[in-house]
Design a protein. Sequence first.
Length: 93
Amino acid sequence: MVNMAKGIRPSWKKDLENLLHKNPELRMIKDPEKLDYYRNDLNVDLPPMIRDLLLKSLPDLILQPTTENHLIEIFALAQKHHIPLTVRGAGTW
């Protein structure tokens, strides 16, 4: 996992900047407080073991696509750079 909070410039950052420049409506979230919010699911009725595994991870950043093309480009970038992705909907299981 890349730790963007410590200022390490990942090798894929330039491709991400190009993606965001080409798609200005694609929203990126990297504020630590908001990342902490998105790590949680609003449904807290999870088995303790699963809840602990899920809630210990913090995303490096969040991209909020609005079109199918955004999804295609995000997945292509992730595949090119071997970046693990987690797809999240409304956060309510």
